[in-house]
Design a protein around this ligand. Structure first.
Ligand code: COA
Length: 322
C-alpha cells in the first residue's frame, strides 16, 4: 500500500511590513483594537508588481530544497489561491513555467482560506492511487489586491505570503486522513462580489473587495472547527492528547484559542503566526507549518492536525504524522 508523506516545506513572505500603527494612519483604528479582537500585530504586503506566482515560486524553491529534489522530479503541481495572477492560465501553470517543469499536470484549487487543505487532500489522493509520486502543493496569496484599504473592518485582517510542501510516497502514513466540507448556502457572508461572469463591472471598476459579515463568520468558524476536530480524531481512533501540534488557519487568535480549548491543548502546542502574518488565506496553513518545522518545534514522527475555514463556506482538516 502506498501512502503520502510530507518530504519538505517552504515559505516566503514579502519584505514590506505593515504594522497596526501604519494602518492607524490610514483608517480610524488602533493597535489596541486590532490586537484585542484579532491578535494581529503586523502583516506583510507584496510590492507593486510582485504577484502571487512570485511568492509561490520562492516558497516552492524552498520546499524543493528542503525535500532534496528538483522541479524535474515533480509529477503534480497544485496551487491553492483565491488571488491568481491571471484569470487563466492557472497560477499552477505559471509556476510550472518558472520552475522549468514540463508535462506534469498543474492546476489551481479555489477554496479560499481552506484552499491548502483541499489542495493537500487532492495531492494525497493522487499519490495513494499511484497517479503521482512527487507533488508540489502551494498556498499563495496577494490578499492586499482584493482588500478595500479604506474599510477598517476588513483591511486590518489580511496579509500576503506563500507556503509550500513537497509530498512523496511512503509505505506508512504520513497523511492519515483528510476531511473536506463546504456549504454554499453561506456564499454571501464572506465574499468578493464581482468576477468574470457575475457583475463584471465590479471587476472593471477595480472595486472587487473582500466583504465580510465578521460576527456571523466568527460564530460559524468556531462551531465548524469544533466539529471537524472531532471528526478527524474519530476517523483515526485517536485521543486528543495524541495530537502533538495544531496548525490552524490563521485568521484570528480568538478562533484559534477556541479550537485549542476544544482539543484540550495548551497554546504552546498551537502554531500561531497570525500575529506577524495576518490572515494570508490559502497561504496561512503551509506558512505556519513551515515556520514550526524550521524552528524545530514540529519533529519527524509528531502527529499534527491542520484545520481551516473560509469563504464558501468551506472547511476541512488533515491529520498527519510528520
Ligand atoms: N478598528 C476600530 N474599530 C473597528 C474596526 C477597526 N479596525 N473594525 C470594526 N470596528 C468597529 C465597528 O465599526 C463596530 O463599531 P460600532 O459598534 O460603533 O458599530 C465595532 O468595532 C464592533 O464591530 P464588530 O464587527 O462587531 O467587531 P467584532 O468584535 O465582531 O470583531 C472581527 C470584528 C472581524 C475581528 C471579528 O468579527 C472576526 O474576527 N470575525 C471573523 C473573521 C475571520 O476570521 N474571517 C476570515 C475567516 S477565513
Amino acid at each position: 500500500m502506498t501512502f503520502a508523506r510530507i518530504l519538505g516545506t517552504g515559505g516566503y513572505l514579502p519584505d514590506r511590513v505593515v504594522t497596526n500603527e501604519d494602518l492607524a494612519r490610514m483608517v480610524e483604528t488602533s493597535d489596541e483594537w486590532i490586537v484585542s479582537r484579532t491578535g494581529i500585530r503586523e502583516r506583510r504586503i507584496a510590492a507593486a508588481g510582485q504577484t502571487t506566482c512570485d511568492l509561490a515560486e520562492q516558497a516552492a524553491r524552498a520546499a524543493l530544497a528542503a525535500a532534496g529534489c528538483t522541479a524535474q522530479d515533480i509529477d503534480l503541481i497544485i496551487v491553492a489561491t483565491t488571488t491568481p495572477d491571471r484569470i487563466f492560465p492557472s497560477t499552477a501553470c505559471l509556476l510550472q513555467d518558472r520552475l522549468g517543469n514540463h508535462g506534469a499536470p498543474a492546476f489551481d484549487v479555489q477554496a479560499v482560506c481552506t484552499g491548502f487543505i483541499y489542495a493537500l487532500a487532492t495531492a494525497e489522493k493522487f499519490i495513494r492511487s499511484g497517479s503521482a509520486r512527487k507533488a508540489l502543493v502551494v498556498g499563495a496569496e496577494t490578499m492586499s489586491r482584493i482588500v478595500d484599504w479604506t474599510d477598517r473592518a476588513t483591511c486590518v485582517l489580511f496579509g500576503d505570503g506563500a507556503g509550500a510542501v513537497i509530498v512523496g510516497t511512503d509505505s506508512e502514513p504520513g497523511i492519515m486522513s483528510s476531511h473536506l466540507h463546504a456549504d454554499g448556502a453561506y456564499k454571501d457572508l464572506l465574499t468578493v462580489a464581482g468576477g468574470v461572469s457575475e457583475h463584471p463591472e465590479i471587476l472593471r471598476e477595480g472595486t472587487a473587495h473582500v466583504l465580510m459579515r465578521g460576527n456571523e463568520v466568527f460564530r460559524m468558524a468556531v462551531t465548524t472547527l469544533d466539529n471537524i476536530v472531532e471528526e478527524s480524531l474519530q476517523a483515526n481512533g485517536l485521543r486528543r492528547e495524541e495530537v502533538r501540534w495544531l496548525v490552524p488557519h490563521q485568521a484570528n487568535t480568538r478562533i484559534i484559542a477556541a479550537t485549542a480549548k476544544r482539543l484540550g491543548m495548551s497554546m504552546d502546542q498551537v502554531v500561531v503566526t497570525v500575529d506577524r502574518h495576518g490572515n494570508t488565506s490559502g497561504a496561512s496553513i503551509p506558512l505556519a507549518f513551515d515556520v514550526a518545522v524550521r524552528d524545530g518545534r514540529i519533529q519527524r514522527g509528531d502527529i499534527v492536525l491542520m484545520e481551516g475555514f473560509g469563504g464558501g463556506f468551506t472547511w476541512g482538516s488533515i491529520l498527519l504524522r510528520y
